[in-house]
Structure formats: structure tokens, C-alpha cells
Design a protein around this ligand. Structure first.
Ligand code: NAD
Length: 253
């Protein structure tokens, strides 16, 4: 039976854990060959093994999005080993919680350098290859509901994700002529290992109660949006930012 992303080549950044790991599995199940990228390749072993259990294909690649040479090399290796990248899931990201006035230059550089500059660097490199190969493709950036609204202690994160939203629109505008679509997903709170403990605390539980659907998102809740943006169903969509948040951002109070 043919799969929706059969013969497509995808690159997923930050694939060693959380959503990136989940996205890699979803794309591989849909038939894509997936370059799974993370800073430490040994952390990708069990992901590659899991993908192999359903006869999927994954290639582990070393990538630090804060290092320009690493980005160039990762994209080169992915294309040499798998073929022309048609789907980029620009997922690598970090969070740092600090009061606004305690943030120093290094904190700023850490978060903005990873979430915004890093995502831009990977998008630019992959898009350059897509233009050179002449086949177009789909770039999916990971924004957040904090790219629009803000919350205390997460100013650098929110600023970085607002930048990702505008990067999505700016690249979409310039790259449309090359048949490259650039869209973003803006998830609300999604349960991953990273935030599991927090959402078991009283403050975390109170936060969940404020979400209109009264639950955290699960990684699978993003699969529909991922598949839409990765595949031909979104052929006429570019520069879109899709919110997936259980209604979190609807209410004023
Ligand atoms: P996570 O920490 O589990 O995954 C992030 C991944 O990025 C990790 O594998 C990490 O190693 C990798 N990474 C960090 N710095 C890197 C670097 N310099 N180079 C390469 N890889 C690097 O977190 P997650 O929850 O899975 O988040 C994935 C993406 O989704 C992030 O961009 C995050 O901002 C975004 N997001 C998450 C949520 C959520 O609630 N989980 C909500 C909205 C947006």
C-alpha cells in the first residue's frame, strides 16, 4: 500500500527526544526516509532501531544548530546519503526560565542563538539546497503559543518564538517562487519528558485546568498538522502559523 510520504526525504532537528523524536517516527511511518539529527549521535540509536521495527528508514546525523559548520555538514551528509531533502522539521529548541531582569548576555545568546538563529541557519541551508536542486519542498518551523502571547519568566523563549513566526512569513514570501513552502506550528503545552514533573505539581495542575480542553496536548495531537504541512494537502499554504493548543489562547480571562 502506498504511503502519503513515500520516497520523500525529511530532516528533523532535535530528534533525540520529545517532539522531534515523535515527529521522526510519524514521518517514517508515512513512508519518508528521515535524517534524524541531534548533537549526540549515540542518543539516536534507539530511535533508529525503533524506526527499523516497522521497516522505516532513518539516518542518524550529528547536528548542533548553533554551529554554522555543523549545519552545513549535516545537510550535506543527509543529501549525500538519502537524496534531496523535501521536508524540514525545524524543531530543535530550548527553554530557560528566568526573571527578565536577571537575564544576562549569555542567557540571551543561549536561547535566541538556538531557537531563532539556529532555526534560521538550518532553514537557510536547507532552502539553498532545495533551490539548487530545483524541486521545492516544505519547511515546518516549530513556533509556540508563546510566539504570540507571553508569560512570566520566559521572555527570551517568547521573543525567540515570535522571531520564528516572522521568519516563517519572511521566508515564505521570498521562497514561494522556488516552490518552497514555509509554515509553522504553534503548539500550546504538550506533554513531553521535559515538562512531565512540572505538570504533576499543584501549579502545573492549575495551569492544565485553565486550558479549555482541560488537558495537556500529547505529541500525537500534532500529527495531523505535521502531516498536513509535510504533504501535498498543504500545496497552496505558505506563511501560515497553525495553533494547536486545546483552546489555550482563546480566552481573555
Ligand atoms: P525537548 O527538549 O524534548 O526537545 C528539544 C530537542 O532539541 C532536544 O532533542 C535537544 O537536544 C535539541 N536541541 C537543543 N539545542 C540544540 C542544538 N544546539 N542543536 C541541535 N539540537 C538541539 O523539547 P520539546 O518539547 O520536544 O520541544 C521541541 C520543539 O517544540 C522546541 O522548538 C520547542 O520550543 C517547541 N515547542 C514545545 C512545546 C511543548 O510544550 N513541549 C510547545 C511549543 C513549542
Amino acid at each position: 500500500m502506498s504511503k502519503p510520504l513515500q520516497n520523500r526525504i525529511a530532516l528533523v532537528t532535535g530528534a533525540s527526544s520529545g517532539l522531534g523524536r515523535h515527529f521522526a517516527i510519524t514521518l517514517a511511518k508515512a513512508g519518508a526516509k528521515v535524517a534524524v539529527a541531534a548533537r549526540r549521535v549515540d542518543k539516536l540509536d534507539d530511535l533508529v532501531a525503533e524506526i527499523a521495527t516497522f521497516d522505516g528508514h532513518a539516518l542518524p546525523i550529528a547536528l548542533d544548530v548553533t554551529d554554522p559548520a555543523s549545519v552545513t555538514e549535516a545537510v550535506r551528509v543527509a543529501e549525500t546519503e538519502l537524496g534531496a531533502i523535501g521536508i524540514l522539521v525545524n524543531n530543535a529548541g530550548i527553554v530557560q526560565a528566568k526573571p527578565a531582569l536577571e537575564i544576562d548576555e549569555a542567557d540571551w545568546e543561549y536561547v535566541i542563538g538556538t531557537n531563532l538563529t539556529g532555526a534560521w541557519r538550518v532553514a537557510r541551508e536547507v532552502a539553498r539546497h532545495m533551490v539548487r536542486m530545483g524541486h521545492g519542498g516544505s519547511i515546518i518551523n516549530m513556533a509556540s503559543i508563546l510566539g504570540e502571547g507571553v508569560t512570566k519568566q520566559l521572555s527570551t523563549y517568547a521573543i525567540s518564538k515570535a522571531g520564528v513566526v516572522q521568519m516563517t512569513r519572511a521566508l515564505a514570501l521570498e521562497l514561494a517562487k522556488d516552490n518552497i513552502r514555509v509554515n509553522a506550528m504553534a503548539p500550546g503545552y504538550i506533554a513531553t519528558e521535559l515538562n512531565q514533573e512540572y505538570f504533576e505539581t499543584d501549579i502545573g495542575k492549575a495551569l492544565i485546568n485553565k486550558i479549555p480542553q482541560r488537558r495537556l496536548g500529547q505529541p500525537e495531537d500534532l500529527d495531523g498538522t505535521l502531516m498536513l504541512l509535510a504533504g501535498d494537502g498543504s500545496a497552496f499554504m505558505t506563511g501560515s502559523v497553525i495553533t494547536v493548543d486545546g483552546g489555550h489562547t482563546l480566552a481573555i480571562a
